[in-house]
Design a protein around this ligand. Sequence first.
Ligand SMILES: Cc1cc2nc3c(=O)[nH]c(=O)nc-3n(C[C@H](O)[C@H](O)[C@H](O)COP(=O)(O)O)c2cc1C
Length: 395
Amino acid sequence: MLGREIVPGVHAVGAVDWDRRLFDELIPLPNGTTYNAYLIKGSEKTALIDTVDPSKKEELLRNLRKLEVRRLDYVVANHAEQDHSGSLPEVLAAYPEALVVTNAKCKALLIDHLHLPEDRFVVVEDEETLSLGDKTLVFKMAPWVHWPETMFTYLVEDKILFPCDFLGSHFATSELFAAQEQEIYLAAKRYYAEIMMPFRSHVQKHLERVEKLPLAFIAPSHGPVYHHPEFILSAYRDWSSDRVKNEALIVYVSMHDSTAQMVEHLAEALIDQGVKVTPFNLTFTDLGELAMALVDAATVVLGTPTVLGGPHPSALYAAYLVGALRPKTRLAGLIGSYGWGGRTVEMVSELLKPLRAELLEPVLVKGLPREEDLKKLEEMAKVIAQRHREWELLT
Ligand SMILES: Cc1cc2nc3c(=O)[nH]c(=O)nc-3n(C[C@H](O)[C@H](O)[C@H](O)COP(=O)(O)O)c2cc1C
């Protein structure tokens, strides 16, 4: 990304990673991503907000050279994770006068992760300000979106919030601003689901604080800059709210079709009851799609055969992820087929505990489902619809 101007004196100087397809060796990136860094030239001092993934360090340094940055007074580190901080060693080497401005927790993490020297830090507290001359930065501690040391930086005169990962999206684009709102909405929802959803109560709290600021732009560390901040704020309000939707996700795997037949029957019964259904066959599910669906769905049902004494490993993995992402799911179920016995119910119930959802009576059948088993699935669908009605999701 070239050094492009958001407002006079504020440039985006990060990099686009068009080809990256996996993040944290876990999260699929269908749209690539960007690592955003921002240069702020005040009348007296110059600051860089965050750096880029180490794989793109040369691009960042090139962008700074293109803007003829000969002196860098400060590098603000909003977050210690390596995709933002990983180029700090090179930036500090290229600009020997630059000091890293961050909070005490982030300083400790940066020293642990990057072995940066103690004497290159300036430690700031919540609401502390830093003057660059005609531009003023205010630091806002925002722990747990998504690490304990995260903070936001606010540029007072230009009303720009730099919230690092918060409100961001994995979306590679050459455009500076979030013009393709439909695509960005989905990319930001995917990002929220994968990264922010486990910290929903913190998201709500930080969102409230951000909403009180005069905002002309929100410049996150992944994806384009929001020139209409309300677009992303209202989306986050919705996603992080306590509201759920009239939708049941059936997350399943089946080796020999028995569980698949149960899934099909449950799906039909739910549709008959007026509940929206989305099945996710784990053999080819993009986990990001599943995470996105978990943002709103009132109910999740896991479908798995018993394999080697427990759930199929794909279902085990999915149940662990669903629990770890802590969506606002209110109702959880388990269906599946087995041959002789095992601990599927106990193991899945344990993995789903973090959801704090009501657990439906499991429906586990021997081999292919029989008429009476299909009836039990219809009963399950009725209970789900009944709960959705009680929560006024369904009339
Ligand atoms: C590799 C493998 C391991 C299995 N291990 C168990 C087991 O430990 N306990 C059990 O009750 N059934 C076990 N089964 C039997 C399956 O649970 C049973 O065939 C079930 O109907 C398969 O469901 P599906 O058609 O949805 O794949 C195993 C099957 C396979 C292929």
